[in-house]
Design a protein. Structure first.
Length: 319
């Protein structure tokens, strides 16, 4: 294991470029490219606030710990640590963020992302503002390791893919943005502990809940005027969930889920005098142990539909 410091300002993180790597902060370049066992530092001696460190197109960059907390914040939307199309950056250890942005590179495609794959439990994850998108253009992140991560601050990012491991919010909040999603699929073991966190976004997508454990605590998925539109609950038990429409779109609920409180807010209609529409997967039951609240705009009625003709869906409320 060795420490690698970025030096020289703007440059490309690739398999062959050693010019920008040093063994000490502000030192001479020429050190070897970091491997998955090396710790990477981007600090005040590495870059200016107009510098861009670019992970080369299609390159799979790796490191152990990644610390960008000492680097200055970007002066413009293009500066920061940019992950180019089809490139990935995999962090095996701790992450310490700050004001230095981690962003998709120009012309980014669907493949570019930052991957956290720790094999150790309770790996510290300090987001800072490194993942806060300046607009809709944040970087996607994936948690995919045999270990786990503990949030050490509120996380604002573009989207989260939770593939494997344990993620504990430690009561900090997560916001993936109105047009983005928290997604989990596959059958790998996953444990998500939310405590009292607020989780915000456009879609909550538990596409496969096999080997998925949710410790909902007293969390809120969605808050007033900032709810989810699509809720694929995976048949899990939640605390408070708030769903709302944006524009003239409809709401979706999938799976037989259990809620403490379920709230439908700001339900819009597609046309004047038409009802707000809530689609629920056919043959599924939504169990509410607390309160069920709905508030369509203009006090119009709500039409609950299933995706299959002549099929049923059920609401069960325990009082």
């Amino acid at each position: 294991m060795a420490d690698r410091y970025w030096v020289g300002g703007t440059g490309t993180w690739s398999s062959s470029n050693t010019t920008n790597w040093s063994t000490s902060t502000g030192g001479s370049g020429g050190a070897s490219v970091p491997t998955s066992s090396d710790n990477v530092f981007i600090d005040t001696n590495s870059v200016l606030n107009t510098s861009t460190v670019t992970v080369d197109t299609s390159y799979a960059a790796t490191c152990n710990n990644l610390d960008v907390s000492g680097a200055p914040g970007p002066a413009g939307g293009g500066s920061g640590l940019a992950i180019n199309p089809s490139a990935t950056l995999t962090v095996s250890g701790t992450f310490v963020g700050g004001s230095f942005a981690i962003i998709p590179g120009p012309g980014s495609g669907a493949a570019n992302k930052i991957i956290f794959n720790s094999s150790n439990a309770n790996t510290s994850f300090t987001p800072g503002n490194s993942f806060t998108p300046p607009s809709a253009f944040g970087i996607r992140m994936e948690f995919n390791g045999t270990g786990g991560w503990d949030l050490a601050g509120n996380l604002t990012c573009q989207s989260i893919i939770f593939t494997k491991g344990t993620l504990d919010t430690l009561n900090f909040n997560i916001d993936v943005g109105a047009g983005n999603s928290f997604t989990s699929d596959g059958t790998e073991t996953r444990v998500l502990t939310l405590g009292s966190s607020n989780v915000l976004g456009g879609s909550w997508l538990i596409l496969n809940s096999t080997n998925f454990t949710l410790n909902a605590g007293t969390s809120n998925l969605g808050t007033t005027n900032d709810g989810f539109e699509a809720f694929y609950g995976g048949g899990l038990t939640y605390y408070n969930v708030l769903l709302e429409t944006r524009g003239d779109r409809v709401l979706f609920i999938k799976g037989s889920n259990t809620f403490n409180n379920l709230t439908l807010e700001n339900l819009l209609q597609n046309a004047i005098n038409s009802p707000a529409i809530l689609f629920i997967e056919s043959g599924k039951t939504q169990t509410i142990t607390g309160t069920f609240t709905s508030s369509p705009i203009s006090s119009r009625r709500i039409l609950i539909r299933t995706g299959t003709s002549n099929s049923d869906t059920n609401f069960s409320q325990n009082t």
